[in-house]
Design a protein around this ligand. Structure first.
Ligand code: AMP
Ligand code: ZN
Length: 465
C-alpha cells in the first residue's frame, strides 16, 4: 500500500514495523464544546483507514486520546485552557463539560458508523505517565523551568521543524505582540510540558501534584505519553488534521524522540479540512453544523458519511446542502440495489467470477487511499453483467471499508392486508378484468404503497415515499 507521508513529503510503500500488525494513533477531540461535521470528516477518514487495514490483510491496533485538560486557546501557550472556557460558557463544572462533550462526540461517531478505537484514553487519566516522560526529558537536559512552567527547549533538539519543513530560526523569532508570553521563555517555539498553578492559572480547576509543584500538563505531552504506553516508542501511523502539523505534531516528535532516542512515527497521515464557502468549518468562524442539524433536516447521518467518501483525504471538501442531498440520493440508490440483489439470490449455483473488480478496488486503496476511486469501481461493478450473487458478495465485501451498513438493509415489511389486495389484483389481471385491477391498484396506492408489475404476472410492492 502506498501512502503519502507528511514527514518525507513523498508517496511511500507502507510497511508496518511488525507485519501484519499495524499500530495507529489518532489525535482525538478536545471535549469542551459540540463536535461538528468538520470533526466528523476527520474521524470518518480515520475510520476508513482503520477499516482498510483488515481488508488488506493486516491486523490493527488503534488508539485515540481524548483531550480533557491543558489545550489552551492559543497553540503558542497563550490564552486559557479550552476546558475552563467551556465550563464558563455553559456554566457547568469542568468535569461535567468533559463528560457531556465526550458523550456528544461518540454520539456523532456512532451515528456515522465509526468504529470505536481499540483504546480510547483521556489525558486526565494519564497524568502519571506524562510526569514520568517530562522527568525523562528533564534528565536528558532538554527542558528548563521558569516560575510559570516547565518548557521543552527546542534549541536542544536539532531536528525540530522537520515535519512542517519550517525553518526553526523563523519559529524562534518573537511571539505575536497581542498575546501573553512568559517573560522567561527562551525561544518562541519552546512549549510548555507542565503549567504551574500560578499567575494566569492560579484558579485553574484541574490540577495535580508534580515534582514541579501543583499544576497541569501542557497539551502535547499527552499524545507522546499515551501513544508510548499503548503502542510502544515507535508507531507505524499517526493521524491528525493538517492544522496539527506545524505545532502539535512537531512538538510530539520532539518529546517522544527526545525521551526515547528512537524514531517516533514511521508515517504521518494528515487529512484536510471540511470547508463552508471555502472557509474551514470551525467554532471561531461561526459556521459549524452538528450531527443534530443534519438529522433535524431529515438526512440520514450515513448520507454524510457517503458525502465524505467522495473526496480524497488530502483535498479540501466543501460542504453544501445540495451535495448532501445528492449523497443521500446515491446512498438510497445503493441501499435499494442491495435490497434488490438480496431478493434475487436463490442459491449457490452461480460461478464466482469478479472480473477483477476486487483487485481494482484494492489497487485504488493501495494508491494513496483513493476512496473516491473505490466508490467509482463499486458503481461500475453494480452496472456490470455479473450475477446478482457476485454483485452482492462484492458489494458487502467493499462495504467493510465504506461502512454504510449495507448488510443491514432489508426489504420493507409490507402489511398483510396490502399483500391481500395485491393478490386479488393478480387474480383480476389473470381474468383480464382491468377495471377491477385498476380499482385495486388505487386502493394500494392510497394506503401508501406502490405496485409494479414484473414478469409472469408477478408484482413488487414498495412503500411510497
Ligand atoms: P480539536 O478538537 O480541535 O483538537 O480537533 C479534532 C480533530 O478534528 C483534529 O484532527 C482537527 O484537525 C480536526 N478538525 C477540526 N476542524 C476540522 C474541519 N473543519 N475539517 C476537518 N477536520 C477538522
Ligand atoms: Zn495529538
Amino acid at each position: 500500500m502506498k501512502l503519502y507521508n507528511t514527514l518525507t513529503r513523498k508517496l511511500e510503500e507502507f510497511k508496518p514495523l511488525n507485519p501484519p500488525n499495524v499500530t495507529l494513533y489518532t489525535c482525538g477531540p478536545t471535549v469542551y464544546d459540540y463536535s461538528h461535521i468538520g470533526h466528523a470528516r476527520a474521524y470518518v477518514i480515520n475510520d476508513l483507514l482503520r477499516r482498510s487495514f483488515p481488508f488488506l490483510g493486516f491486523t490493527i491496533k488503534h488508539v485515540m486520546n481524548i483531550t480533557d485538560v491543558g489545550h489552551l486557546t492559543g497553540d503558542d501557550d497563550s490564552g486559557i485552557d479550552k476546558l475552563e472556557k467551556g465550563a464558563k460558557k455553559y456554566n457547568k463544572s469542568v468535569w461535567d463539560v468533559v463528560k457531556f462533550y465526550t458523550d456528544y462526540f461518540f454520539k456523532t461517531t456512532d451515528a456515522l458508523n465509526i468504529l470505536r478505537p481499540d483504546i480510547v484514553c483521556p489525558a486526565t487519566k494519564h497524568i502519571k505517565e506524562m510526569i514520568e516522560m517530562i522527568k525523562k526529558l528533564e534528565n536528558k537536559g532538554l527542558t528548563y523551568e521558569t516560575e510559570e512552567a516547565i518548557y521543552f527547549d527546542v534549541s536542544k533538539f536539532p531536528k525540530y521543524g522537520q515535519l512542517s519543513g519550517q525553518i526553526v530560526k523563523e519559529k524562534l523569532k518573537g511571539a505575536r505582540a497581542d498575546v501573553y508570553v512568559d517573560p522567561k521563555k527562551k525561544n518562541n517555539a519552546d512549549f510548555s510540558l507542565w503549567f504551574k498553578r500560578v499567575g494566569r492559572f492560579k484558579d485553574h480547576t484541574m490540577h495535580w501534584d508534580s515534582p514541579w509543584g501543583d499544576g497541569f500538563p501542557g497539551w502535547h505531552i499527552e499524545c507522546s505519553a499515551m501513544s508510548t504506553k499503548y503502542l510502544g516508542e515507535t508507531i507505524d501511523i499517526h493521524t491528525g488534521g493538517v492544522d496539527h502539523i506545524s505545532v502539535h505534531h512537531e512538538n510530539e516528535i520532539a518529546q517522544s524522540e527526545g525521551a526515547s532516542g528512537k524514531q517516533f512515527v514511521r508515517l504521518w497521515f494528515h487529512y484536510n479540512f471540511l470547508t463552508v464557502n471555502g472557509e474551514k468549518m470551525s467554532k471561531s468562524l461561526g459556521n459549524i453544523l452538528t450531527i443534530d442539524d443534519i438529522v433535524k433536516k431529515n438526512y440520514d447521518p450515513l448520507a454524510l458519511r457517503y458525502l465524505f467518501l467522495q473526496t480524497h483525504y488530502r483535498q479540501l471538501a466543501n460542504f453544501t446542502w445540495e451535495a448532501l442531498t445528492s449523497a443521500q440520493e446515491a446512498l438510497k440508490k445503493l441501499q435499494n440495489i442491495a435490497i434488490d440483489l438480496k431478493s434475487q439470490i436463490y442459491g449457490p449455483d452461480e460461478s464466482r467470477k469478479t472480473h477483477g473488480y476486487r483487485q481494482r478496488f484494492v489497487n485504488a486503496l493501495a494508491d494513496d487511499f483513493q476512496i473516491p476511486q473505490t466508490l467509482a469501481v463499486t458503481w461500475e461493478m453494480l452496472k456490470s453483467d455479473l450475477s446478482a450473487k457476485e454483485k452482492l458478495d462484492l458489494l458487502l465485501d467493499f462495504d467493510k471499508v465504506f461502512g454504510l451498513r449495507l448488510i443491514e438493509v432489508k426489504e420493507e415489511i409490507i402489511p398483510k392486508q396490502i399483500v391481500e389486495l395485491a393478490e386479488k389484483r393478480k387474480i383480476a389481471r389473470e381474468k383480464k378484468d382491468f377495471n377491477e385491477s385498476d380499482v385495486l391498484r388505487n386502493e394500494i396506492n392510497s394506503s401508501g404503497y406502490s405496485i409494479e408489475d414484473i414478469k409472469n404476472n408477478n408484482y413488487k410492492l414498495k412503500i411510497l415515499k
